[in-house]
Design a protein around this ligand. Structure first.
Ligand code: ACO
Length: 329
């Protein structure tokens, strides 16, 4: 069974409840129909009930079994906006602004997850990444011991020599424009968890990437990666991690062993941590487009409860798959 089929099977067993705040968005509506028919999650769509039904009729989506909640008419609206106000009061939030903000389904959806009414949220078919992330970062915040949320991709290649039988994790490809050494170490830890939880990788081997391998170049950008490896080794002693490594030293056994002899990771890495969002985002798209690898994600890792972002170019299948991922997170 391929990885996505396995994730869907697991999702079926989890029976989670997921909120999709973009309730009038055509691909989201078709995906909601498909998920409920396949019975792998309960779905709540947000929006004005008549507008949602009209949009569904326009694309021929059957919403039987799908819940529709209009944030403004919801009996939870007042308590959610009061909770949000209290959470953000020290940041200058007022009751009026909180009520206005909660009319935005992205904020209302995250509050449903925060309140435990839904297990997770998926959005982004019509909203930019930053707009999906901001309410989740403000309200749900991070898991204990983690300070930064990051975005990973499961990269699936036909070349079974790469990663773990063709499956690799790339991060951070979606969230933090710049990373400190501390954040890079955390991304390494969270990505190893993602590799285990969602990638089916029993032994994550983490390469901390750079344009240098073991001192072949000197630059402050290299120093940051070296520092990140040191922090990760101290904080997570069980993590198999090495760096700084160039991409070839991380992936090609002969190059890895000549440049980092004796390393358990070099030449055999299956988790790849990039030193900046530029490097991570450009590389995952290059591997996807030039090499034809399948890219599943971004999977937001480190958040206290799961929220995942979609690309605005997503297909119905992408929405369905992302919901399945959230169910397993
Ligand atoms: N982890 C945890 N919390 C965070 C993080 C993070 N990585 N980043 C920001 N926060 C918190 C802040 O601490 C702040 O909390 P507070 O308001 O309680 O103090 C809150 O989130 C808002 O943070 P800001 O610094 O004001 O950041 P902003 O809202 O401007 O942006 C964001 C945060 C949206 C993540 C921004 O960094 C961003 O836009 N990143 C790039 C996203 C992107 O465009 N990715 C590429 C496309 S995705 C793709 O191609 C797959």
């Amino acid at each position: 069974m391929d990885l996505l089929a396995a994730i869907k099977e697991r999702a079926k067993a989890e029976k989670k409840h997921i909120v999709l705040p973009e309730g009038t968005e055509p691909r989201t509506l078709k995906a909601a129909e498909c998920i409920v028919k396949e019975k792998f999650a309960t779905i709540t769509l947000l929006g004005d009930s008549e507008a949602v039904k009209k949009a569904a009729a326009a694309v021929g989506a059957d919403l039987k079994g799908v819940n529709i909640v209009d944030p403004v008419k919801s009996p939870d609206f007042e308590s959610f906006s009061e909770s949000y106000f209290k959470m953000r009061e020290s940041k200058g939030m007022t009751r009026e602004k909180a009520a206005e903000t909660l009319k935005d389904p992205l904020y209302f959806g995250v509050m449903m997850v925060y309140a435990g009414q839904c297990h997770g949220m998926v959005a982004g078919a019509e909203n930019a990444t930053g707009n999906v992330l901001r309410p989740a970062l403000q309200i749900l915040r991070t898991k204990p011991g983690i300070s930064s949320v990051s975005g990973a991709f499961l990269m699936i290649s036909d070349n079974k020599q790469l990663g773990e039988n063709g499956v690799s994790v790339f991060a951070d490809c979606a969230v933090n424009p710049t990373l400190t050494a501390e954040q890079m170490a955390e991304v390494a830890f969270c990505s190893a968890e993602t590799a285990r939880e969602l990638g089916g990788i029993a032994e994550p081997r983490v390469a901390m990437l750079s344009f240098s391998t073991k001192g072949s170049a000197s630059h402050e950008a290299v120093d940051k990666v070296v520092e990140a490896v040191k922090i990760a080794q101290e904080r997570y002693p069980d993590l198999l991690i090495d760096g700084e490594l160039q991409m070839d030293a991380a992936t090609v056994e002969s190059v890895g062993q000549s440049k980092s002899p004796g390393s358990k990771v070099a030449g055999r890495a299956n988790v790849f941590i990039f030193p900046s969002l530029e490097a991570g985002n450009i590389t995952y798209k290059a591997v996807q487009r030039f090499a034809g690898a399948e890219a599943i994600g971004p999977i937001l890792q480190g958040m206290a409860k799961p929220v995942n972002d979609l690309s605005r170019g997503c297909s119905i299948e992408d929405v369905v798959n992302t919901v399945a991922l959230v169910c397993c997170q």
